[in-house]
Design a protein around this ligand. Structure first.
Ligand SMILES: [Zn+2]
Length: 328
């Protein structure tokens, strides 16, 4: 972009998500700068507004919303920005090829409301042997308002609660404390996750593992892990136990936004990794609704999470001293 091209104009960002990446989250990551930073960058060059192609691999008529930032741009020079559906983006792109001088009009009535007090929701089974060792499992309660947030992240919330239910139903009495945390305000600034970590630190709570489900209620494929290698390697040894259920993805990588603030050098963080092919069909759009969640896929995710939590509760993590002893 340069000033001569965009000054006084509406800038149209139309870079599609890269379809040849198997991880749609990677494709999203490579694209979302258009929505997040586009208006701020275009405003610097004198643009009057921005239109963004929705972050969606599928061609349909649904606009997808999401976080954006004006950075430190003063309020009086901020420009409006809107997402249009992928079909509309294709249409607009076609029209622009025929007539580069086409006029585009848009009007918005969105506004930022004042903050209100809200809460994380927490429940736990207190450990029978090591009650001070805490294993967290969670998702986030809030969602964008154009759908009902069933995949993002109602699925993660019910799966996390289901971990406790499944442990109870199978008669497992956890040795460590298993705590479900339904985090508030992930989408708009991670306030629940930050507050949870802040209070945990203040109380001197010892978290040994945290698992988040925030990638949709689709068929589980495995987990990604973040933390010390020797602990992650211990978990990787359990991979064969999951493989008969077609759960095979055990890799070092990201975990979840809400549990991120808990990160320290001893803690293992993990994210459930479901099949990601349909996630962005629904993400932050009006079709992120209850009917789009397959009950069986959702339940398989909850069972997968429970199995991992069960193993971590049962065996704990080897201390670095134990680990060195095994090596010797
Ligand atoms: Zn989410």
């Amino acid at each position: 972009m340069n000033r001569a091209d965009v000054e006084g104009k509406i800038v149209f960002f139309n870079r599609p998500m890269q379809a040849d990446l198997i991880s749609t989250f990677e494709a999203y990551g490579g694209c979302v700068d258009q929505r997040y930073d586009g208006a701020r960058e275009a405003a610097k060059l004198g643009a009057v507004g921005t239109i963004v192609r929705s972050m969606n691999l599928r061609l349909d008529d649904l606009p997808h919303t999401g976080a954006m930032s004006y950075g430190n741009t003063p309020v009086n020079v901020r420009i409006p920005s809107a997402a249009i559906s992928t079909n509309d983006a294709e249409r607009l792109s076609g029209i622009l090829k025929i007539d580069p001088k086409v006029k585009f009009y848009f009007k918005q009535n969105c506004k930022q409301l004042k903050d209100v007090q809200s809460y994380n929701v927490i429940g736990q089974i207190t450990g029978s042997q090591y009650p001070n060792e805490i294993i967290v499992v969670g998702g986030h309660l809030d969602s964008w308002d154009l759908g009902d947030g069933s995949h993002d992240d109602g699925a993660g919330c019910v799966q996390s609660m289901d971990v406790l239910r499944l442990l109870k139903e199978t008669g497992v009495r956890p040795k460590r404390t298993i705590r479900v945390v339904l985090f508030m305000n992930e989408e708009n600034g991670l306030r629940g996750g930050r507050k949870y970590a802040e209070i945990a630190k203040r109380k001197g709570e010892k978290h040994i593992f945290a698992l988040e489900s925030d990638s949709g209620g689709f068929t589980p494929r495995g987990f990604s892990f973040d933390g010390p290698d020797y602990k992650i390697n211990q978990i990787l040894n359990w991979k064969p136990l999951f493989e008969p259920y077609l759960i095979h993805y055990f890799k070092k990588g990201g975990s979840g936004a809400d549990i991120g603030p808990l990160k320290n050098k001893n803690l293992v963080l993990a994210g459930l990794r479901p099949d990601s092919q349909r996630y962005f069909d629904h993400h932050h759009a009006a079709n992120d609704t209850f009917d789009a969640v397959n009950k069986r896929e959702l339940e398989l995710g909850a069972a997968t999470m429970t199995a991992l939590i069960y193993l971590i509760d049962k065996y704990g993590f080897n201390s670095i001293e134990q680990k060195n002893k095994i090596k010797d």
